[in-house]
Ligand binder design. Structure first.
Ligand SMILES: C[S@@+](CC[C@H](N)C(=O)[O-])C[C@H]1O[C@@H](n2cnc3c(N)ncnc32)[C@H](O)[C@@H]1O
Length: 284
C-alpha cells in the first residue's frame, strides 16, 4: 500500500457489501450499516456499482465477486459466533477496512480491536464522524502497517489481553502482503491461547488456474495494481496448510463448498465463480 493513502480496495469491497443490501434477496450477509458508513461522499459510486442481471454476459465477474465478498463476511461472522460460544472475549479485525461489525456487535462481553493501515483507519474514522455513527462501546482502534510495524506491540498498546481467547478476521488482506509479513502475523496468532482462531481468505496462484480464470486473475491483478495495492502473495491449499502447522484444525473452502452453504435455493443465480478464491478458518 502507498503509505499516505487510504486503501482503494477497502472502498471497493465496502461498495459491494452495500450493493448487496440493495440488490440481492435473500441477503447472505445482513449489514444495516453498510450503506450509512459510506455517507453522502460515496453515494454516486454506490449508484454506479453495477447490479448485473442474471445471465448478464457482460458482467459475470461482478456477479461472482460480490457473491464472494459477502460469503467471506458471512463465514467470518459465523466463525466468530462459534468462537464466542466457546469462550472468545476478543475479536481482532486485521485490515478492517470499512467493516462495520463493531457497530453491530451483538455480544455484550466481546471487545473489538480494529487493526488497519494508519491511512485507511484515519479515513474510516472520518467517514464515521461525517455519518454521525456513534463510537460503539468495546471498540478500540490500533493503527498498524503490517509490513514495518509490530502487531503485538500495537495491540498491547491498545489494551489487547494475550491471556484471553481471541478470534481474528483477516479478510481481503493476505494477497497484498509479503510472505514475511504474512508469517509474522500467523506466528502471533498461533501464540494465542487454545480455543483462539482466525479466518482469512487467499487466492490460488495463476499457474494452477484454468485458462479462463487466468484471464480474470490478470484483469483483477491489473486493477488492484492501478489502485496502488498490487497482489504479492498466493498459495495453493497444500502450501497454505504448511504455513499453519501450529493450528489444531483447518477448514479451507472454495466455491464448491461455499455455494451450497451460502447460495442454495436462490433464483437470482448469485454464486461464487471459479476456483481462485478460498476462505480458510483455523483453530488453535
Ligand atoms: C481489500 S481491503 C479489505 C478490508 C476489509 N477487511 C473488508 O473485507 O472490507 C484490504 C485492507 O488491508 C489493509 N492493508 C493492506 N496492506 C496493509 C498493511 N501493510 N498494513 C496494514 N493494513 C494493510 C488495507 O488498509 C485495507 O483495509
Amino acid at each position: 500500500m502507498e503509505p499516505a493513502r487510504p486503501s482503494r480496495t477497502a472502498l471497493r469491497v465496502a461498495l459491494r457489501r452495500a450493493a448487496h443490501q440493495i440488490h440481492d434477496r435473500p441477503l447472505v450477509f445482513e449489514d444495516p450499516i453498510a450503506i450509512p458508513i459510506l455517507g453522502t461522499e460515496y453515494l454516486e459510486d454506490l449508484r454506479r456499482t453495477p447490479d448485473p442481471a442474471p445471465g448478464d454476459k457482460q458482467r459475470p465477474f461482478s456477479i461472482g465477486m460480490r457473491a464472494y465478498l459477502v460469503a467471506r463476511s458471512r463465514c467470518a461472522e459465523d466463525a466468530l459466533a462459534q468462537a464466542v460460544a466457546e469462550g472468545a472475549t476478543q475479536y481482532v479485525l486485521l485490515g478492517a477496512g470499512l467493516d462495520t461489525f463493531a457497530h453491530r456487535n451483538p455480544y455484550p462481553g466481546l471487545r473489538v480491536f480494529e487493526v488497519d493501515h494508519p491511512a485507511t483507519q484515519a479515513w474510516k474514522r472520518q467517514l464515521l464522524a461525517q455519518s454521525k455513527l456513534p463510537h460503539p462501546p468495546g471498540l478500540t482502534y490500533a493503527p498498524v502497517d503490517f509490513e514495518c510495524e509490530s502487531l503485538p506491540e500495537r495491540l498491547a498498546a491498545a489494551g489487547f489481553d494475550p491471556a484471553q481467547i481471541t478470534f481474528f478476521a483477516w479478510l481481503g488482506v493476505v494477497p497484498y502482503l509479503t510472505l514475511e509479513a504474512f508469517r509474522s502475523t500467523i506466528r502471533f496468532i498461533a501464540a494465542q491461547p487454545r480455543g483462539s482462531g482466525v479466518v482469512f481468505d487467499y487466492g490460488q496462484p495463476r499457474r494452477v488456474l484454468p485458462f479462463r480464470e487466468q484471464l480474470a486473475h490478470d484483469s483483477l491483478a491489473a486493477r488492484v495494481k492501478l489502485a496502488g495495492e498490487p497482489f504479492q502473495l498466493f498459495f495453493t491449499p497444500s502450501e497454505v496448510a504448511c504455513e499453519l502447522e501450529d493450528f489444531r484444525t483447518i477448514e479451507d473452502l472454495g466455491a464448491y463448498e461455499l455455494n451450497p452453504r451460502c447460495f442454495a435455493n436462490r433464483t437470482d443465480q448469485r454464486q461464487l465463480r471459479g476456483s481462485a478464491a478460498r476462505i480458510l478458518t483455523a483453530w488453535l
